[in-house]
Design a protein around this ligand. Structure first.
Ligand code: NCD
Length: 311
């Protein structure tokens, strides 16, 4: 069993919880290789995907994960809901609560939206990304992918490069790495660093080329232009020159090191097309892990072995 009923931030998870989720995900990954990719485990349980922001991989992988566990998945799309008629998030949540669902996955532009839902609903809440705050299942699938590729998590040095100040992915990945004994290093131009990078618990660097030879993982972030109030650098070309991952920079990494990106990518800005498509890139592996990790999260939150047949 997990310590908490919800996964809203990395604070909800202990190091043991993380290991349990990653180990459980490994057995579900095996199911995902079968011809018939379905288990009866969550039959009769209702899972609602409540997405108020655009999403491809997070939403699809939660949806596929719930189907593979035989749960009844319901998808909510803000643009075709009563939200466009002015209904508040709180009222939408109360409406859903009245329909007795077992788990809600929420993505919302406001940080804290998952906590608000937890106040008015009895079911488990999973944060699928809240504003610039956190995206804990992304961090879990990233840890899973690193562990698969490098055989361990403890002692790894993971460089998280780019738009740290707008990134909920970094918001969860930094504490997640710390919990498993890895070292996060955040690398960005000063305009994309948070005001107090020192309080995050990561090493802070501004020169990517200097740090590359010491990394086990180079994790690139998309520049979140939609969240910035002004252009944080003179041009995309200049950003790519100083902070973009390209073949020459990949050569500076140790030979065992890997490249990751949560997607969606801006090819030619934070990552060049040849790096994204290279054999050292784990980007599609991250997507694949996402399904198994989200199956594990749903399974464990809804009662684990007590909920019915195990994997
Ligand atoms: C990210 C997100 O939406 O937070 N993508 C994802 O979930 N895989 C990162 C981004 O939008 O850049």
């Amino acid at each position: 069993m997990l310590t908490s009923k919800h996964i809203m931030t990395m604070d909800d998870l202990s190091a043991d919880d993380i290991t349990l989720i990653l180990d459980t995900a490994e057995s579900f990954a095996e199911v995902n290789q079968r011809r018939i990719k379905k288990l009866p485990t969550l039959r009769g349980r209702t899972i609602v995907n409540l997405f108020f922001e655009p999403s491809t991989r997070t939403r699809m992988s939660f949806e596929i994960a719930s189907k593979r566990l035989s749960a009844d998945g319901v998808n909510f799309t803000a643009s075709s809901s009563a939200t466009v008629k002015g209904e508040t998030l709180r009222d939408t949540a109360k409406t859903l609560a009245a329909m007795s669902c077992d788990l809600v996955v929420v993505r919302h532009k406001y940080a804290g939206a998952p906590q608000m839902l937890a106040e008015v609903m009895d079911c488990s809440i999973v944060n699928g990304g809240d504003g610039v705050h956190e995206h804990p299942t992304q961090a879990l699938l990233d840890l899973y992918t690193m562990r698969q590729a490098l055989g361990r998590l403890e002692g790894l040095r993971v460089g998280i490069v780019g738009d740290i100040c707008h990134s909920r992915v970094a918001g969860s990945l930094v504490p997640a790495l710390r919990k498993v004994g890895a070292t996060p290093v955040i690398i960005a131009p000063p305009t994309l660093m948070p005001a107090r990078p020192d309080v995050l618990g990561a090493e802070v660097a501004y020169d990517l080329d200097e740090v590359l030879p010491s990394l086990d993982v180079a994790y690139l972030l998309r520049v979140q232009f939609e969240r910035a109030t002004r252009m944080p650098f003179p041009s995309n070309r200049e950003y790519a020159m100083l902070y973009g991952m390209n073949l020459a920079r990949m050569e500076r990494l140790p030979s065992h090191a890997v490249v990751m990106h949560p997607g969606p990518m801006n090819r030619g800005v934070e990552i060049s097309a040849d790096v994204a498509d290279s054999t050292r890139s784990l980007i599609l592996g991250q997507v694949e892990s996402g399904v198994a990790v989200r199956m594990a999260v749903m399974y464990l939150l809804l009662g684990g072995a007590d909920s019915g047949a195990a994997a």
